[in-house]
Ligand binder design. Structure first.
Ligand SMILES: Nc1ncnc2c1ncn2[C@@H]1O[C@H](COP(=O)(O)OP(=O)(O)O)[C@@H](O)[C@H]1O
Ligand SMILES: [Mg+2]
Length: 252
C-alpha cells in the first residue's frame, strides 16, 4: 500500500531522515520505532505531505504521491493524527470530528473551519456520521461536550475519530499512547486493532514498546534517521543491532 523509497530529509546540516526504504503491506499494522530524534515524526511528515523530501519518493497504492499536499492525500484516502494534540479547543467534540468529514467532502480544512457553523446547521447527517465515528473510537458519550471539557485520554481518541471521519484507507498515528496511563494504553491498543480489523492499514509511531510488540504485524526501526531494521515483530526483536540500540531492554 505504501512504497517508501530512499526517502531523505535534511534540515540545514541535520539528516532527519536518511535514505529510508520500506514497504507497508495493505491491511497490516506497521509500526515505526526508534529513540527520540530518530526521525519518526519527520518520516510521517514526508509521507503525509507536510514536508517535501530532499530526495526519494513515496508511492501510495502504486501512485507517486511525493510532494502532494495533505488535503490532496486526504482525498486519496490517507489520514493521520499528530504527536501533539491538534484538537480545536474552541469547538465542540462533535464539530472537531465533523472537520474530518468536511475535509473529505470539500478538500479544504480552512474553508471547513470558516463555514463550520453553517455546515452544522445544514447538515444533520454529517453530525450523525461524526457521532458514529466518536462511538467507534470510544468517545460517544462526549457528543454534546465541548472539546475543552474533555480529559486528555479522550482527546487522543477524538483525534482518531476525526482522522477516521475522512474515511481513509490508510491511517498514520503519531504516538497515540503518549501521555496515557496503562489502562488507557490498553484501550488505545484495542481501538487500533479494531481499526485494522475494519480493513484499514495502520502505520503507527509509538514509544510504548510493549504495545508495539503486541499489536504490530511489521516493525521498522529508525536510528539517527536511518533504517536500522524492518521485518516482523519476531525478526526485529532478535536483531542484534536493534537490541544494542535499545540497550537490550526495551524490546523484550
Ligand atoms: N522542522 C525541523 N527543523 C529542524 N530540525 C528538525 C525539524 N523537525 C525535526 N528536526 C530534527 O530532525 C531530527 C528528527 O526529529 P523527529 O522526526 O521529530 O524525531 P522523532 O519523531 O523520531 O523523535 C531531530 O534531530 C530533530 O531535531
Ligand atoms: Mg516524534
Amino acid at each position: 500500500m505504501l512504497d517508501i523509497n530512499n526517502l531523505s530529509k535534511s534540515f540545514g546540516g541535520v539528516m532527519a531522515v536518511d535514505d529510508v526504504t520500506f514497504e507497508v503491506a495493505s491491511g497490516t499494522i506497521h509500526s515505526v520505532i526508534g529513540p527520540n530524534g530518530a526521525g519518526k515524526t519527520t518520516l510521517f511528515n514526508l509521507i503525509t505531505g507536510v514536508y517535501t523530501p530532499t530526495c526519494g519518493n513515496v508511492l501510495f497504492s502504486g501512485k507517486d504521491i511525493t510532494g502532494m499536499r495533505p488535503d490532496q492525500l486526504a482525498g486519496l484516502g490517507m489520514s493521520r493524527t499528530f504527536q501533539n494534540l491538534r484538537v480545536c479547543m474552541n469547538m465542540s467534540a462533535c464539530e472537531n470530528v465533523m472537520l474530518g468529514a468536511h475535509l473529505r467532502l470539500n478538500h479544504g480544512i480552512l474553508a471547513g473551519m470558516a463555514n463550520l457553523p453553517a455546515l452544522a446547521r445544514r447538515d444533520a447527517e454529517c453530525r450523525d456520521e461524526a457521532h458514529g465515528f466518536m462511538q467507534f473510537a470510544g468517545v460517544g458519550q462526549y457528543v454534546d461536550a465541548h472539546a475543552s471539557q474533555m480529559p486528555f485520554g479522550a482527546l487522543k481518541r477524538l483525534e482518531i475519530a476525526r482522522a477516521l471521519a475522512t474515511k481513509p484507507t490508510i491511517l498514520l498515528l503519531d504516538e497515540p499512547a503518549a501521555g496515557l496511563n496503562h489502562t488507557e494504553t490498553g484501550e488505545i491498543s484495542e481501538l487500533i486493532k479494531k481499526i485494522a480489523g475494519s480493513g484499514l492499514t495502520v502505520v503507527l509511531v509509538e514509544h510504548d514498546m510493549k504495545m508495539v510488540m503486541n499489536i504490530s504485524d511489521f516493525v521498522t526501526v529508525l536510528n539517527y534517521g536511518t533504517r536500522l531494521a524492518s521485518g516482523t515483530v519476531a525478526e526485529v526483536r532478535q536483531n542484534p543491532e536493534v537490541i544494542s540500540a535499545y540497550l537490550g531492554t526495551s524490546v523484550q
